[in-house]
Design a protein around this ligand. Structure first.
Ligand code: AMP
Length: 382
């Protein structure tokens, strides 16, 4: 394989982990990010410019063989501008669908993927009418630019209509708004999958996820799901990827309520709930994403035992508790601490579920994070 340079729009931790995965394959990288301190820039050349800066985008396109994303909210116009100069994966149309909760959910519906009720909201009167139709609770979200629970307002009573409109109403022009029925889910799962340029499709085992304040806290793979749901979840991901002619890794997030599965959203990129694949799978999501965008054969997605990922939010804890575990792996993204920011993660892996549960309990005790490890421990012992 001759040396090839992969351009990545967005230079955060996802780009950083792609660089780490591509280095053994002899790949070079160029990152593009508006922030001069984007943490991927510690490992690869970083072009600092606005995503709308066409002169900078053209120069970037001239230096790379293929472009991909670590960030989905790149303007669709910029993705299209690059696609006129260099191959871009996933394709800008797929990116555009996944950027907008309304078009994404409309597509889920068209493909027969079950999901909670949703409606485009253009005014306070719309909101009041749809709240009456869906019933409470429900969630008002920005259509675009929301992530990690930001740009969301949960309505619990009719009195919340005014508060929700005060919080998000002014976004109606800039981002659009969508109302969703609230799902009283038993658990959340995600399918992380990859599709190659010739249509080859592979999914990693379905992952169970726990969020705190809308931000992923812990992931456990494989998720404990009845066989029929497990197969349905992977089938939905496949249907979606085929319809979008998707190339690369993506995640489909789903709610489980009893034996019902409902889709929440799709992320058109490598995903936080797939970080465990670095140590827990034959081929990581980062390596397979690179293989897909370069047109190389995909690697096996089978997993090696059980794996649990713990996210570090705000500031890095002390590493020694994790590193003391035989199967503990430590990831520090080299970011400045900041409230709510994802700064690193750890993955623990073991062939045996009970041994992994014991290791997680030890880590939870040592780091004073018993609450963070508890759902995974309970699931592993269940
Ligand atoms: P999102 O940004 O849409 O992935 O939302 C972040 C988190 O908020 C999800 O992972 C859920 O934990 C919660 N959430 C979002 N939408 C809903 C919903 N319609 N019903 C219940 N919980 C939700």
């Amino acid at each position: 394989m001759s040396v090839r340079t992969v351009g990545i729009l967005g230079g955060g931790q996802l780009a950083r982990m792609m660089v780490l995965a591509g280095a053994p394959m002899g790949l070079r990288f160029e990152l593009f990010d508006p922030a001069a301190d984007a943490c991927g820039g510690q490992l690869a050349p970083l072009q600092v410019a606005a995503f709308e800066d066409e002169a900078a985008l053209a120069a970037f396109a001239a230096r790379v063989d293929v472009v991909t994303f670590d960030f989905e909210n790149v303007p669709a116009r910029s993705a299209q501008f690059l696609a006129e100069r260099v191959p871009v994966y996933p394709n800008p149309d797929a990116l555009a669908v996944a950027q907008d909760r309304l078009s994404e959910k409309t597509l889920f519906q068209a493909l027969g993927i079950p999901l909670p009720p949703f409606a485009d909201i253009g005014s306070r009167d719309d909101l009041a009418a749809k709240v009456a139709e869906f019933g409470l609770p429900c969630i008002l979200k920005t259509r675009r630019f929301g992530y990690d629970g930001k740009g969301q307002f949960r309505l619990r009573s009719e009195a919340d209509i005014d508060a929700a409109w005060a919080a998000l109403g002014e976004q109606v022009e800039r981002t659009g708004l969508i109302l969703e029925g609230f799902v009283a889910f038993d658990r959340e799962v995600s399918v992380v999958a990859v599709r190659g340029q010739e249509g080859e499709f592979r999914a990693w085992p379905v992952t169970g996820n726990w969020h705190v304040d809308g931000v992923l806290s812990a992931s456990l793979a494989p998720a404990r799901l009845p066989d029929a749901q497990y197969a349905a979840a992977i089938g939905y991901a496949r249907t979606l990827a085929e319809r979008l002619d998707y190339v690369g890794v993506f995640a489909l997030e789903l709610f489980c309520r009893g034996d019902v599965l409902l889709a929440n959203e799709m992320a058109p990129r490598v995903h936080n709930s797939g970080h465990w694949t670095i140590e827990g799978s034959e081929t990581s999501q980062f390596e397979n994403h690179l293989r897909a965008v370069l047109g190389l054969p995909l690697g096996d997605t089978r997993m090696l035992g059980h794996a649990c990922m713990l996210n570090w939010i705000g500031a890095m804890p002390d590493a020694s508790g994790v590193l003391a575990q035989a199967s503990g792996h430590w990831h520090d993204y080299g970011k400045q601490p900041r409230d709510g920011r994802k700064v690193g993660h750890a993955t623990l892996r073991d062939d045996d579920a009970a041994t992994l549960a014991t290791a997680l309990e030890a880590v939870g005790g040592q780091l004073d994070r018993a609450g963070q490890v508890a759902p995974a421990v309970t699931t592993l012992r269940g």
